[in-house]
Design a protein around this ligand. Sequence first.
Ligand code: BG6
Length: 507
Amino acid sequence: MQKIEPIAGKLQIICAETQAPPAALVVFGASGDLTRRKLVPSIFELFHRGLLSERFYLLGCSRKKLSDDDFRKIAQDTIQAGHQKDFINNLYYISGDYDDEQFYKRIKKRITELEATYKIESNRIFYLAVPPLLYTTIIDRLGKATLSCCNQSDNRNQPKLVVEKPFGSDLKTAVELNTKIHECFKESQIYRIDHYLGKETVQNILMFRFANAIFEPLWNRNYIDHIQITIAESLGVGHRASYYDKAGALRDMFQNHMLSMLSLVAMEPPTSFYPDHIRDEKVKLLRSIRPFNLLPWHTDIIRGRYTAGTVDGKNVCGFRQEPGVAPDSNTETFVAAKMFIDNWRWKGVPFYLRTGKRLSAKLTEIAITFKKVPHSMFASVGLGDMPANVLVLKIQPNEGISLSFQAKRPGSKACIGTLNMDFNYADIFGAELPEAYQRLLLDCMAGDQTLFTRQDDVQVSWELLEPVLEAWKNTDLPPHPYPAGNDSFSQADNLIESDGRHWRKPL
Ligand code: BG6
């Protein structure tokens, strides 16, 4: 751990950054989209920032026949100029069939050779950047080739398995996947990625809540009226239509990103920054969520599906017309939910969550609305209803934090207006925020599981959603239509408006 102290410009900054130890990153699905768009550029950035060990290499594994040079050329196109060569020469490639045991023998041989070249004795990371259908095959073959074997007493150096979401498609498949993984890897070797946890602003929820003494005393049912969590996207399903048609918004966004943000914003203070102290609190919070009310006439969770409309001035087709989506698909592209957390801190405080595709804009935020003043002393001069203070954690874009409050406007005797106290990452720290995968890859190399989802977290979240999946499977009622470019529809509005509240606008 590297410590950098204390002053940068006028800001007091205390930094602790992890330096990656020597590591071998073995990527399955190396010729695919995720490797090209996220993994290689993120590893390169770590190299560029001096955080990668000199004793590092990446071995790409895939079905496609490519040489080391072909792979390096593909990688080169995805990264910025500057010291490219020093980096690119550490990339290697091997092709074969994922179910062929011989392929894993060749991988093992190649790893052994490269480890000798790079003088790396351990810390192999097996990254599954492949469709979930292939997870169990690859894990099984890694096990058979004894590549998962862990004879390291130190967790940081044992072979690691990185699994991308979705972690199963319901409770049963999630349990099966976890069982299969555990046949070959121990929980301390498993890194389940929810890339939202790698976002700087999502991690900042922890810092904001637990490094400031002034907010935590207010962070409960006595002062908070309600909390809204929004992940809105203007994009549709793009080239992932066939995956998305089987998943839908509940599996794709809600089970993971939405519930992760909810648990960070609502959990109890962990005793330390130690990974399992934080992950224990997240799971404890998830366990306290009240099961959804699913009565058709009074449901707490609403689904929608976009129809043709206009986004960013362009006409776009409806979900059912997207290439790769079944014309009679009943998959949801929007979910809005009202949730309650049955514990001392949150009893009675509603959490309203919504996520959707093809909405008017891309925006992720958590808005905490405090209770209004109990009595307005300004009522006699016509200022009876004071707006509540709202604290907004702006996750993306325009990352930052804002707090609204009432203040006197100069001039007249009594004129009150709402002002915002704004903190903006770009204004203060300048550069763009690092891509979430940089943090996650770095932490994985260093053996830090804090930002990775633990098995019980996955299972508890599926347990919560299982009745919803069942209800949606068994109903004749399709998702509610909303034209692309709209941010809501009447049934989703009603979920919050029937409580006398409103979704925050504009998206
Ligand atoms: C992914 C989902 O996990 O997150 C995608 O599968 C979604 O459907 C994406 O578009 C959103 O991530 P971000 O970082 O762009 O908000």
